[in-house]
Design a protein around this ligand. Structure first.
Ligand code: MRU
Length: 356
């Protein structure tokens, strides 16, 4: 069986059809459906409803999205085209607030637009397509590099625990936190992976355990509240997670439940690694307090997945999609440029300034 790392492209451009082809991550693992998204409203919905999800994949989808959004524009001048671009950019930027890759990718497209000043409308459109392709291609290399650095920290036969889905479908290829697992699989590392189911949207159960199982990795699905037990039993030698935004001091926003795992890992003296492309590091955020945490609807907790409601009608809920792991709980942040150790304010900055 070919692994999903080789087979699955969660975000692709079909330029002839003026469409974005998205793997619908909401129906996995039961169905493998590719959506043909042409309208910006549909792309906005796809991001909001997590049909396309995972910080790097959201960024790639948004980059292709702004290109498709202006491709149809009838603007005759650079300035008029830029006005159309701005509208699409702002609209897509309002879809989800926490993953900085969305804003990073849109800003990068904006910078490319500005670089093309003086060019014809068609030349600008071509340049934007090229930039979106570059963002996607670079992500493959970035993830592979994160995987290599992360693998250098892991021993064969280790038990690894991961949360949410930071795998190949959350990126252009390989994933971030799952990249070392795929590389280790190729090299006979024989990892045993514990995947948290990840309430309330079950990215761990539906996506991570599916991806890893398809790839032949030894994966065991556990409920979120079982992590403490498997750690206490000595089954976990390292925790690996992805992230949606890393502040300058290393505080890290990732899927709700991540910070609890970090507290547990500290208690059991297990290294806690965050896998972070530099596009996810936001130096504008000084600490985790500056990170906007997305709040999502009650139904995700009370009714979704159930035949009947599993909570009294009208009960108050609180459904933050992410939490912030304190930098003091993080052993290392693994980027494509190397491994950052505390103090992160210094080590992360160095990653931005290295040519590696
Ligand atoms: O709400 P989601 O499913 O988009 O949350 C995703 C995560 O928390 C991932 O860990 C993160 O985006 C990293 S993906 C490489």
């Amino acid at each position: 069986m070919t692994s999903p790392v080789e087979m699955i492209q969660s975000v692709q451009l079909d330029d002839e059809k003026d469409a974005l082809i998205l793997l619908d991550q909401t129906v996995l693992p039961n169905e493998k459906v590719f959506l043909e998204v042409k309208e910006m409203k549909d792309l906005w919905d796809a991001i909001y409803y997590l049909k396309v999800r995972g910080a790097p994949a959201i960024g790639i989808a948004a980059a292709y999205g702004v290109y498709l959004g202006i491709k149809k524009s009838t603007a005759k001048t650079y300035e008029a085209l830029y006005a159309d671009f701005k509208k699409v950019k702002e609209y897509l930027a309002s879809s989800r607030p926490t993953a900085v890759n969305l804003f990073w990718a849109l800003d990068r497209m904006d910078a490319r637009f500005k670089k093309e000043e003086g060019k014809s409308v068609n030349e600008v459109k071509r340049a934007l397509k090229e930039e979106a392709e570059l963002i996607r291609e670079e992500d493959v290399k970035v993830c592979k590099s994160i995987g290599e650095y992360a693998l250098s920290l892991l021993k064969p036969d280790s038990g690894l625990l991961t949360h949410c889905n930071a795998g190949t479908i959350a990126t252009a290829k390989y994933g971030t936190a799952l990249a070392p697992i795929y590389l280790g699989q190729e090299r006979g590392y024989n990892f045993k992976v514990y995947a948290d189911e990840t309430r309330p949207l079950l990215q761990g159960a539906r996506l991570t355990s599916w991806e890893l199982k398809e790839a032949g990795v030894d994966v065991t699905l556990i409920c979120d509240n079982m992590a403490s037990l498997v750690m206490k039993q000595g089954k976990v030698q390292a925790v690996l997670v992805g992230c949606d935004r890393v502040a300058e001091n290393g505080d890290t926003a990732n899927k709700i439940g991540t910070s609890g795992l970090a507290v547990l890992a500290k208690h059991y003296d297990i290294p806690f690694y965050v896998c972070a492309p530099l596009s996810t590091v936001d130096l504008q955020c000084k600490t985790g307090d500056d990170i906007h945490i997305e709040l999502r609807p009650s139904e995700e907790i009370t009714t979704k997945w159930y035949e009947k409601p599993m909570a009294p009608e009208g009960v108050k809920t609180y459904n933050p999609a992410f939490d912030v792991t304190d930098h003091e709980l993080i052993t290392a942040i693994i980027t494509e440029k190397g491994i950052a150790y505390p103090s992160f304010s210094d080590s992360l900055l160095k990653m931005f300034n290295t040519d590696k």
